[in-house]
Design a protein around this ligand. Structure first.
Ligand SMILES: Cc1cc2nc3c(=O)[nH]c(=O)nc-3n(C[C@H](O)[C@H](O)[C@H](O)COP(=O)(O)OP(=O)(O)OC[C@H]3O[C@@H](n4cnc5c(N)ncnc54)[C@H](O)[C@@H]3O)c2cc1C
Length: 503
């Protein structure tokens, strides 16, 4: 297959505009035409406000400074995610999953060592919250930008308003030279060899291209409806398929946090995402156990007066993924390629990785069937790796307050990879060796696995006495991370500076 010259991106949600920006930036000065079509009638999904550190590379590559885009998107910094109430194990009722930073190198091996001693039954402190600078920064309401000269910034992601980000991406992509069409596609035309030839629109007639990027959201207008690619269900692994989003105003006098909170509720979990203008909140659950009406009632009661009069946005999906994200002359990006659930806020990461691997193939001259197959296998490996890590949260929960939590914990469906990891942790196996042996199936690094397993208190009864040295290591790490955190700006103060720079 020859590399495309005319690319039509269908869909103007986060996926479509990210694809447009990335491709235009990379190929805009070549003989290549990139157009994005979106429907004014069919809205975007309107959620997706938490990210991972990968997105920083996206902005950096485009040369867009934080002082430009963050104020336009009500964005805040993100140091990681707190997980309250997933575990009932004493001392482990909450834990923080930090983004791992250079500053953590000095203490992380003590964390691993202490976890392994604790696995072995020693009465050793092995809670992740003591060991990482990001955790300490969140506790001190700081952000990951260093104020002390010579100290590097910590690793971080962002929170942003999805609607404002959509508008910003659109403005930026058009400035860069992406052609923009507002219209609704009625039909997809296939050529004799089964490739997409054109899309028929309501007002602009047939739009032809030699390559199409399907960013039409859950519907998958091109990849699924026209090319017949099927969604592989992940329902056996991931039970959640519904959400209610209710944004609320900030509470008076509350400092702006740099963490996402993912708190367990009766039949799922809820996110709290701090933006400059408001809190983003949403309850994610399984409709097999609770209806949208029941979930909304529970969530409103939990949010209290803040949610009064606030509109709820209902979302539905079927957890799954495609097998072929790139099929013939069409690449699916975003919700059209599948969605598991929002825990750990990974979808924008999947979007970015998919686009970047695709353009990388192109740069390598890789439009052969073999390259396409490898690409699809890699995307699947990536998504399945995410699925395993997400499912582990449910496998480790110790709640007994609803059948939902019992069933997600006792769910016998899990990949061999996840089963191996869990069994290794629970046994006296060399856990690091097992992680290393399965490195290709892992999206998350060693520290993340340790953080979740230790954070949720997945340890045997302590049957052996405490040892002085590991206790001292934990105390030193806790004191050092609290001290190191002071090298970083208070979150609110730093945001005020960059927001003022924009004004
Ligand atoms: C509850 C929930 C919470 C989430 N939270 C996070 C999070 O914290 N972090 C994260 O990374 N991700 C999150 N996600 C995922 C994230 O929202 C999406 O990945 C992201 O918004 C991208 O969506 P999209 O662009 O693929 O689709 P959409 O936003 O649905 O956009 C689809 C586009 O296709 C266009 N379109 C559709 N049909 C036609 C047609 N016939 N003609 C023309 N145009 C058409 C529409 O106009 C629209 O522009 C969450 C998802 C859900 C459901």
């Amino acid at each position: 297959m020859t590399p495309p010259r005319k690319i039509l991106i269908v869909g103007g949600g986060t996926a479509g505009w990210m694809a447009a920006l990335h491709m235009q930036h990379l190929w805009g000065d070549r003989d290549m035409e990139i157009t994005l079509i979106e429907s004014a009638r069919i809205g975007t999904v309107g959620v997706g406000e938490g990210t991972t550190p990968l997105i920083k590379e996206f902005f950096d590559r485009l040369g867009i400074p934080e002082s430009e885009w963050m104020p336009e998107c009500a964005a805040t910094y993100k140091c990681g995610i707190a997980f309250p109430d997933w575990s009932t194990v004493e001392g482990h009722e909450t834990y923080f999953h930090p983004f791992f930073s250079e500053q953590d190198r000095a203490h992380v091996s003590h964390f691993w060592d202490n976890c392994n001693l604790r696995r072995d039954g020693f009465d050793i402190p092995a809670h992740p919250d003591d060991y990482f600078v990001s955790t300490a920064m969140v506790r001190q309401n700081r952000c990951p930008i260093a104020q002390t000269p010579g100290v590097p910034n910590a690793v971080y992601g962002y929170h942003f308003d999805a609607a404002l980000m959509g508008q910003y991406f659109r403005k930026k992509a058009i400035e860069l030279g992406v052609h923009h069409v507002e219209d609704t596609i009625e039909r997809v035309q296939l050529s004799e060899d089964g490739r997409i030839a054109a899309v028929e629109t309501e007002q602009h007639g047939a739009l032809e291209a030699d390559f199409f990027v399907d960013c039409t959201g859950f519907r998958g207008l091109l990849i699924r409806e026209a090319l017949g690619e099927e969604m592989r269900s992940m329902r056996d692994y991931m039970f959640n398929d519904g959400a209610i989003a209710i944004p609320t105003p900030h509470e008076e006098g509350q400092a702006l946090s740099s963490e996402t909170v993912s708190k367990a509720l009766s039949h799922g979990w809820c996110w709290h995402i701090p933006l400059v203008t408001r809190m983003g909140n949403g309850y994610v659950f399984s409709t097999d156990y609770i209806s949208h009406d029941e979930a909304e009632a529970e969530f409103r009661e939990y949010l209290g007066a803040r949610a009064e009069g606030r509109e709820a946005h209902r979302l539905y999906w079927k957890p799954g993924r495609l097998d072929n994200h790139w099929q013939k002359n069409c690449l699916a990006v975003g919700l059209s390629q599948g969605f598991l659930e929002p825990l750990e806020a990974l979808m924008i990461n999947v979007i970015q990785s998919t686009i970047e691997s695709f353009t990388h193939c192109f740069e390598q001259g890789g439009f052969s069937n073999q390259q396409q197959e490898t690409f699809n296998q890699n995307v699947n490996l990536f998504i399945d790796g995410i699925r395993d890590y997400l499912q582990l949260h449910y496998k480790l929960n110790t709640r007994t307050d609803s059948q939902y939590w019992i069933d997600t914990r006792e769910n016998p469906h899990m990949s061999d990879h996840l089963r191996t990891i869990l069994e290794a942790w629970d046994s006296n196996a060399d856990f690091d060796r097992v992680l290393f042996d399965h490195i290709n199936q892992q999206i998350y690094p060693r520290t993340s696995w340790y953080c979740m397993l230790a954070g949720m208190g997945r340890f045997p009864e302590a049957s052996k006495h405490a040892m002085r040295v590991p206790v001292r290591h934990q105390q030193r790490a806790a004191a050092a991370s609290q001290q190191q955190a002071m090298d970083f700006w208070p979150h609110q103060e730093y945001l005020q500076q960059i927001y003022a720079a924009k004004a």
